[in-house]
Design a binder for this molecule. Structure first.
Ligand SMILES: [Zn+2]
Length: 452
């Protein structure tokens, strides 16, 4: 009798719990069925066989470049690369080549071209191959094939540049749907986390290294004496100081446009390491910035300090589309009332320079076998761009390793030599009008983004 009572009591407790759980489960399943994501029906459309292969991909600045290959089934034609969820479909331009039955593709020959990640809508999209074929009634039908990841890389994340105080987070994730591989681009509205920035500015040199130092007096510019002093009443000007002045003015301009900006140094005393965390080669990627602007001023190295050379030299990375570089040069020439440098060495276009290691520099290197004439000389470019710019510092030298040297998700770097410290008209312009240079660079960025 006692036992039965106990059983009844237990049932009294257990039954309502079971009942509630059942109701919750039914409601949950109901919600699942009725709010079935539109993507799910798109995923059901994916052909379960004949996957294409993604062999390589990299985010560089605001662009993503993708390489891969695929074959077509009998009767299929007009292959397209699309980001799609069935409702929204974006065609991705590509360069395609065919060898026997295999098609190979890449989204661009340039590292700073490809999918413009700033332009993607807030949607969940899948990167797929779309083909055309005819059904039994001779009607043209589209088929969708997904890609399998054959690269050495995994999932990526990208925060868009701040616009109206808003950002998108793009999660590029490899998944499977019923054994079919999928590459999902999940784009959601968000705010930048505290440690993520839009743009990094690196004012060249630091508390331990003034860069080029010149003396200016009336209508003359000259080098300091052997002890580093100006004579004849000249005023000493250090490169680190003018670099910082332009950088601070640029930070202010960019912030007034709504961007979140960080600097590798905020004063002329701090030390900036190259490869330590938040160093001049690492900060842009430590902060997931989209651009790295290294601000420097040139010198001709002519003894006595008088330079016939003057004007702007913008140093860029390998395999770079010049769209942004051209706008920067135009804007600086106009807004800062200066000119493109007439220096011919390393020049590839008006005001634009690309400096690779020379054979002699490769031969005389302290670490034989690490460099080649296909590598960019300046670390502010080569090491910032990760795999896209063939960064090499994996810790082979006396420097610590670049934490991002093998990263396929990096900032797009530019090195500005805004003018010559040892040219009188340049140094006067640089000293008196840093805000003009800053205005020019920030307006170049706006123009470039508007046309992309
Ligand atoms: Zn410098």
């Amino acid at each position: 009798m006692k036992k039965r009572m106990k059983k009844k009591k237990i049932l009294k407790i257990v039954l309502p719990i079971c009942f509630t759980l059942c109701i919750v489960l039914i409601i949950f399943l109901g919600i699942k069925i009725f709010t079935k994501e539109p993507q799910k029906t798109f995923l059901e459309k994916l052909e379960p066989t004949n996957y294409g292969e993604i062999t390589n991909y990299a985010i560089y600045g605001i662009h993503m470049n993708i390489e891969g290959k695929f074959t077509l089934q009998d009767g299929e034609s007009n292959p397209l690369l699309v980001l799609s969820n069935g409702d929204v479909e974006i065609e991705v331009p590509w360069i395609i080549t065919k060898e026997e039955d295999t098609y190979s593709f890449k989204t661009s020959d340039y590292i700073n071209e490809g999918i413009n990640l700033e332009s993607l809508p807030v949607e969940t999209l899948y990167l797929v191959l779309k083909t055309e074929s005819k059904d039994e009634k001779e009607q043209i039908i589209s088929k969708y094939y997904s890609f399998e990841n054959h690269s050495i890389y995994d999932n990526l994340e990208y925060y868009t540049l701040t616009k109206n105080n808003q950002n998108n987070l793009i999660k590029m994730e490899w998944n499977t749907y019923e054994e079919c591989p999928t590459w999902r681009f999940k784009i959601e509205n968000t705010k930048l986390p505290n440690d993520v920035y839009d743009i990094t500015i690196d004012p060249g040199h630091d508390g331990t290294d003034p860069g080029k130092v010149v003396c200016v007096r009336e209508n003359n510019v000259y080098d300091p004496d052997l002890y580093g002093n100006c004579y004849n009443g000249g005023t000493e000007i250090e490169e680190r100081e003018v670099n910082l002045n332009v950088s601070l003015a640029l930070k202010e301009k960019l912030e007034s446009l709504g961007y979140k900006v960080t600097l590798t140094r905020m004063d002329n005393e701090s030390r900036v390491e190259i490869y330590d965390p938040m160093g001049s080669a690492t900060m842009a990627n430590d902060t997931k910035s989209k651009f790295n602007f290294a601000i420097h001023h040139n010198s001709s190295g002519v003894n006595g300090g008088f330079s016939y050379l003057k004007g702007l030299e913008l140093y860029i990375a390998n395999d770079t589309n010049l769209d942004f570089a051209n706008i920067i040069v135009e804007e600086i020439i106009t807004k800062a009332n200066t000119q493109a440098s007439l220096k011919e060495q390393y020049k590839i276009a008006n005001g634009i320079y690309q400096r690779f290691f020379t054979q002699q520099e490769v031969d005389n290197d302290d670490y034989p076998g690490t460099k080649s004439t296909k590598l960019i000389y300046y670390y502010y470019i080569r090491e910032v761009g990760g795999v896209s710019t063939h960064a090499i510092n994996n810790g082979y030298s006396s420097y610590p390793a670049n934490a991002h040297y093998n990263s396929n998700n990096t900032a797009e770097p530019y090195l500005f030599e805004l003018g010559y410290m040892d040219n009188l008209s340049d140094i006067n312009n640089i000293k008196n009008n840093p805000q003009n240079y800053a205005e020019a660079i920030s307006s170049a960025l706006q123009k470039y983004l508007a046309q992309e």
